[in-house]
Design a protein around this ligand. Structure first.
Ligand code: MN
Ligand code: MN
Ligand code: MN
Length: 280
């Protein structure tokens, strides 16, 4: 059974609408899908997976930090209308907006014209983030391209950078649990931690109540998968997998486009009722 538990839509920084993503996932043979937009469950409004033959599992991806490194926690199989979860989402969205204001103030000091208005226009209905400021820097001729905008202005330690004030991992894990979900450490190999530090990060995540980790994130080399599987089973964490799909691009994973979980790990969906799907 094809299961993809980490994807994005236009409700955050993905390129497909929730309906488009669902259709694409269905065409690709995905039978269980979680849309895990950044600090948002807006994709779930009126969505019904039935037409595409896809079972939807409600999810979300929260940003937080561990010892100065930004890390992401996915919540899976959540009740999206849970009040504690909703309050948490509102708090993260305030943190994102407030960070945008601090970035704008810094860029203004550097002489960049109208950074907040410019980034807001580019973001449209989405929350303003660094990519929108980067685009504004290019549009105003301040930087010659997006990567220069990040390298010279927006990367950590650069003059336009402002540190986000995300909630702590333990708080986020509590919101996910309040909503009946499982808390999953997202894409552990993406944080560029040494293996020792990744082990410490996983220990801290588990001590804070974390339930699972992504053993597969997108197209991943088999050695990384074997290593993550070892870190996972050693701690009795559950295992998750997902494409982290944002858009179709060369070399990127399509929905469902990744290896199966290796034997020896326990899938995060082991207690979920997926009978309606697996009998199809
Ligand atoms: Mn993203
Ligand atoms: Mn992420
Ligand atoms: Mn993601």
């Amino acid at each position: 059974m094809h299961i993809d538990l980490h994807t994005h839509t236009t409700a955050s920084d993905g390129s497909l609408s929730p309906q488009e993503l669902l259709a694409r996932a269905g065409q690709r043979g995905v039978r269980v899908l979680s849309i895990t937009d950044h600090d948002s469950v807006a994709a779930y409004g009126k969505l019904d997976g039935g037409d595409a033959g896809v079972r939807l599992v409600a999810g979300i991806e929260f940003s937080t930090q561990w010892r100065g490194t930004e890390i992401h926690i996915v919540g899976l199989n959540i009740r999206t209308d849970d009040p504690e979860l909703q309050a948490g989402i509102a708090r993260q969205q305030r943190a994102r907006a407030e960070r945008g204001e601090r970035i704008a103030a810094r860029l203004e000091k550097l002489g960049v014209p109208d950074p907040l208005a410019g980034a807001r226009t580019i973001a449209g209905r989405r929350a303003v983030g660094r990519p929108h400021f980067a685009r504004h820097l290019v549009n105003t001729g301040t930087a010659k391209d997006m990567s220069t905008a990040f390298r010279k202005y927006l990367a950590a330690g650069k003059p336009g950078y402002a540190r986000p004030q995300w909630a702590e991992p333990a708080e986020i894990i509590d919101w996910i649990h309040a909503a009946g979900g499982a808390a999953v450490l997202a894409h552990p190999a993406h944080y560029k931690l040494t293996r020792t530090r990744l082990g410490l990060c996983l220990d801290a995540f588990q001590a804070a109540g974390g339930d699972a980790m992504e053993v597969i994130s997108g197209r991943q080399d088999p050695a990384t998968t074997a290593d993550l599987a070892k870190l996972c089973s050693r701690r009795d964490l559950l295992a998750s997998c997902g494409s982290d799909y944002h858009e179709s691009r060369p070399g990127g994973a399509e929905p469902g486009g990744f290896d199966a979980l290796p034997p020896g790990v326990t899938p995060v969906w082991r207690d979920w009722d997926l009978t309606a799907v697996s009998s199809e």
